[in-house]
Design a protein around this ligand. Structure first.
Ligand code: TXA
Ligand code: MG
Length: 319
């Protein structure tokens, strides 16, 4: 049975016994277990039906704690001090304490300090890091509130720590310092420009084609059950007007569509608010019987870029 509450003592005692707890973070909810115990890590993979070749992020309380589990070079430390706690993950050489299962055999471990008061208090209380992927069944949209977690993982997680809706709404930026450059592995709320400003180093975007080409992998990311197409909505509407259409747009509404079928992420054109609402809107559209989702591209900067990345992955399956 899964229970929901705000009690970090309950959460801590479950985690100490290698159970699973869904934790709120400012990005999305995570499905957490003791990162140092293989028995707990195995449960995370199986609860999500996640393939074991897909490594997990570990969550710690402080920059000092990072050094217990990974090698922190001076530039990475600079980034950590600038962006942690926050929607930011660093890929670092791992220490032996971290089981290979967590990193899927890689010598690097992904580490982050989430910026959510409940989860930070929990992490300070524990004497181990938490391995936590997003708390959704593998392949589906990440959860941004406790209800989303329950919808996907009921009876697969012991306790959901309810910290309210997520403040950022898209997963953390993942970065790695390598050969005098910063490799950007995943787009999130911390931008390339911000990392450049802090370190003076160039940021290079890494698109993980290899991973996307792996069968079963591409369709898996952030995908709604309803087929999604991304582009200019009026153009797409001409192609799909015989179908039952839902749209996702930033702040505009479109003529010729029923207003209840138009999901406007931020009527006041606030990109932060749009990101907060994105995954909840994708999930609620899936609850109705739309034939297709037509989504527009968001402004190609900052969080808009991260939103476009998620929308592109969500549509890849249907091509
Ligand atoms: O915002 C977030 O990062 C959320 C919250 C819960 O912290 N977590 C999250 O985890 O999005 P997940 O597992 O859904 O995505 C983690 C990504 C995956 O694409 C994984 O392949 C990559 O991080 N990753 C993790 N460890 C890695 C490693 N050692 N090397 C390369 N990529 C890694
Ligand atoms: Mg995920």
């Amino acid at each position: 049975m899964t229970s929901i509450g705000k009690n970090i003592e309950i959460a801590a005692s479950i985690l100490e016994e290698n159970g699973l707890v869904a934790i709120p973070t400012e990005t999305v909810y995570g499905l957490a277990g003791n990162a140092l115990e293989e028995a707990a890590v195995v449960k995370i993979f199986s609860a999500k039906d996640r393939p074991s070749f897909n490594p997990l992020i570990i969550h710690v309380a402080t920059v000092e704690d990072i050094k217990l589990y990974a090698e922190l070079d001076p530039i990475s430390q600079q980034l950590a001090e600038a962006f942690m706690p926050g929607p930011f993950t660093l890929l670092l050489p791992k220490k032996d304490l971290i089981p290979d299962l967590v990193t899927a055999g890689s010598s690097k471990v992904a580490v982050r300090i989430p910026r959510h008061p409940l989860t930070l208090r929990l992490l300070h209380k524990l004497n181990f890091p938490l391995a936590a992927p997003s708390a959704n069944p593998f392949g589906y949209v990440s959860p941004t509130n406790a209800r989303h977690v329950l919808d996907g993982l009921n009876n697969r997680v012991d306790y959901i720590l309810d910290g309210g809706p997520c403040e950022v709404g898209v997963e953390s930026t993942i970065a790695e310092v390598r050969d005098g450059q910063i490799i950007l592995h995943r787009l999130g709320a911390v931008t390339a420009e911000e990392m450049e400003a802090v370190t003076g180093l160039p940021v290079v975007r890494k698109t993980n084609h290899q991973q996307l080409d792996t069968p079963g992998q591409m369709k898996s990311h952030y995908a709604t059950k309803t087929p999604m197409y991304l582009g200019d909505i009026p153009t797409l509407l001409k192609e799909f007007n015989h179908l039952h259409v839902a749209t996702i747009s930033f702040c505009k509404s479109y003529e010729g569509l029923i207003s209840g079928h138009q999901y406007i992420l931020s009527p006041k054109c606030d990109i932060n608010e749009a990101a907060q609402h994105l995954f909840a809107v994708m999930r609620s559209i899936d609850e109705f019987s739309f034939d297709v989702i037509l989504a527009e591209r968001f402004p190609d900067k900052g969080l808009g870029r991260a939103i476009n990345d998620r929308l592109e992955r969500a549509q890849a399956i249907h091509k």
